[in-house]
Design a protein around this ligand. Sequence first.
Ligand SMILES: Nc1ncnc2c1ncn2[C@@H]1O[C@H](COP(=O)(O)OP(=O)(O)OP(=O)(O)O)[C@@H](O)[C@H]1O
Ligand SMILES: [Mg+2]
Length: 245
Amino acid sequence: MAAIEAISLTKKFGDLVAVNNLSFSVEEGSIFGLLGPNGAGKTTTLRMIYGVLKPTSGTARVLGVDVVHNPTKAKSLMGVLPEETGLYPRLTAEENLIYFGKLRGMEDWRLRKRVAELLELLNLTDKKYVIADKLSRGQRQKVAFARAILDEPPVLLLDEPTLGVDVMSAREIRKMIEEYATTGKTVVLSTHNMWDVERLCDYIGIISEGKLRYLGKKEDLEKLIGEKEFEDVFVRLVKGDVVES
Ligand SMILES: Nc1ncnc2c1ncn2[C@@H]1O[C@H](COP(=O)(O)OP(=O)(O)OP(=O)(O)O)[C@@H](O)[C@H]1O
Ligand SMILES: [Mg+2]
């Protein structure tokens, strides 16, 4: 079964078609990267899948569960890192995680163990008593990433997981994402970072102006690129040019 299926997802804001009839499916156990320039529709696509934005038309299924018709069940299957981290500003890093874990019904001992472990892995242990409001952008991003993977949901949706994070932490986050997928879980991430795509993703969707310009395996895109620079090919795909191998 596909872990995620986007079925003709469309979102209009007034006259603007932010996401235009997007369809793709993501195999269980793989990492799918949604790549595209600012304003392409990446965040809007993810928000429709994780259920905070209702599609104008179309829908998505998460492990077979329709996100429009069965949002509560669908949400329970997903861990989410939103674009604006969505932490409670007055709660500490640790409290944010504990609170979320309780909402998700985690057992107390498992929750505390997991929070301590993630704070350590992400080099945040000395910040655990600092309120989210007083954390740096990158530190907040790391806490929000920890929250997304806290109860190890089968599907992760990550909106620019390494944005604003230092080199060491970005490496740790990439490693954690990779390990996540090797256990049969599925990751969908958005990025403008070609390095993330190159290092992490099995499948790539390139999107611009709400339209899907390329969909396929990373190896196939690499073949298409051949001797050419990834950046050049990316720019042409974004403009809607057909790129010959
Ligand atoms: N709530 C909203 N109301 C009106 N327009 C919106 C809203 N959210 C997004 N848009 C518009 O939809 C388009 C797609 O935005 P989106 O945030 O999905 O892009 P993105 O690919 O995530 O960009 P970025 O790389 O900058 O994060 C943009 O033109 C944006 O201005
Ligand atoms: Mg975005």
